[in-house]
Each structure stands twice: as C-alpha cells, then as structure tokens.
Design a protein around this ligand. Structure first.
Ligand code: 5RP
Length: 217
C-alpha cells in the first residue's frame, strides 16, 4: 500500500479566509481543495486564486457536478484545477463527458460517493476510465450521528478491488486514521480538523505522524 496523501479542504465562506489558511498550511499538505461551499460562494475565481497562490500543488475543484460534465470540466480545468469531482448520482453520460475533457488535458475526475450508489456504478465509472473516487461521510450525516462502520470498510475494499483509487473524507481527524489501516488510501481529505484548528500546522503534523506510523515512510 502506498502512503496516503493529505488534502486540505477549504469550505470557507470567504476566499480571503481560505487563502489565510492556505498560507498557514501550504507546506504541510499535498493537495489543496477548493471546497463546494467556497466555490458556491466565490465562484470560479476561488479556483483561479488558489492556482495562483499554489502554482505547484494539485488543486481540486470540489464541485460535485451532477450535469453538464463537459462544460463544467472545461471551466474547472481552465481555471487551474487538476481534479474535479462529479457526484455519484450523475448520469453516466455526465461522467463520460467530464472524463473526456479531463483525460485530454492530463487531469482527473473523482467520483464523490455519498448517499445511494452501487458497486455496479463503480464498475461503470472505472470502465469509462475514471481512476478515483472519494468515500464521503457527509457533514450533515455526521452531525446527525453517522459513524464509520464495518460496512464502510468493506465497501472501501470493494472499490479498491474494482481498481479505483480511494480518498476518504467527512469530519476526519488524526485520531480516526487507525480505523482505515487495512485500506489502500490515496488521500485523507480534512477540512474543519485543519482549517478550524487553533494550531493548524500542528494538526497537519499529527496527520502525517499517524500516516507514517500506520502506512510507513
Ligand atoms: C463537504 C466536503 C468537505 O470538503 C469534506 O468533507 C472535508 O471537510 P470536513 O473535514 O470538514 O468534513 O466535501 O461536502
């Protein structure tokens, strides 16, 4: 298993606040995500500004696209994103369109998994050429008490067996990481645990220590 990366999710309601946290955390994370909340608040300029601030980082446009896969992928990648998310409920045609734009530019689509999806859906995304999925516990589900369980771990393993690289998100903290020790994780995506911390770089270091202890150097 390869060592998981650390992704900073920016779900701020102001670009200025997001960029302040990027300045603090830039050197402590591998991937920067223009979160859904930030992008709905600030639009495409959020992706452009993050690309300018972090010229060498992987940037994700977490748009959870449900339709117009081609147009939105063009917008996201033209603005400087490397990866764009499509929601698992989107029709396969949207995934195909988004993926075609991504592949032509050396970019990638990530399927956002929450709510209802099946392993047959995952096989179809993989057949289309999509390489990545995000296993997601939504923040509202988390707030209403949803915990990580054996069923989640079994589905994560099944997704890996299909050939999808898996990132994991949804209220993740460093203390949660041992739960996923048997999973081949592409990246842990953390928003509030990092951006909301009193000492963000210290929490990032705690993530990296856990990652090294569990998955090795
Ligand atoms: C919400 C998201 C978030 O960006 C992601 O879940 C990470 O945020 P947090 O760690 O605060 O849950 O995609 O839909």
């Amino acid at each position: 298993m390869s060592r998981p990366l650390l992704q900073l999710a920016l779900d701020h309601t102001s670009l200025q606040a997001a960029q302040r946290d990027v300045a603090l955390l830039h050197d402590h994370v591998d991937i920067i995500e223009a979160g859904t909340i930030l992008c709905l608040t600030e639009g495409l300029s959020a992706v452009r500004a993050l690309r300018q601030q972090c010229p060498d980082k992987i940037i994700v446009a977490d748009w959870k696209v449900a339709d117009a896969g081609e147009t939105l992928a063009q917008q996201a990648f033209d603005a400087g994103a490397n990866w764009m998310t499509i929601i698992c409920a989107a029709p396969l045609a949207t995934v195909e369109k988004g993926h075609a734009v991504a592949a032509a530019r050396g970019c990638e689509i990530q399927m956002e998994l929450f709510g209802n999806w099946t392993l047959d859906d995952a096989r179809a995304w993989h057949r289309v050429g999509v390489k990545q999925a995000i296993y997601h516990r939504g923040r509202d589900a988390q707030a209403s008490g949803q915990q990580w369980g054996e069923d989640d771990l079994a589905r994560m393993k099944a997704l890996s067996d299909i050939g999808l690289q898996l990132s994991i998100t949804g209220g993740i903290t460093p203390a949660d990481l041992p739960l996923f020790r048997e999973i081949n994780v592409k990246a842990f995506i953390a928003g509030r645990a990092l951006a909301g911390a009193a000492n963000p770089s210290q929490v990032a270091n705690e993530f990296h220590t856990q990652i090294r202890d569990i998955w090795g150097e």
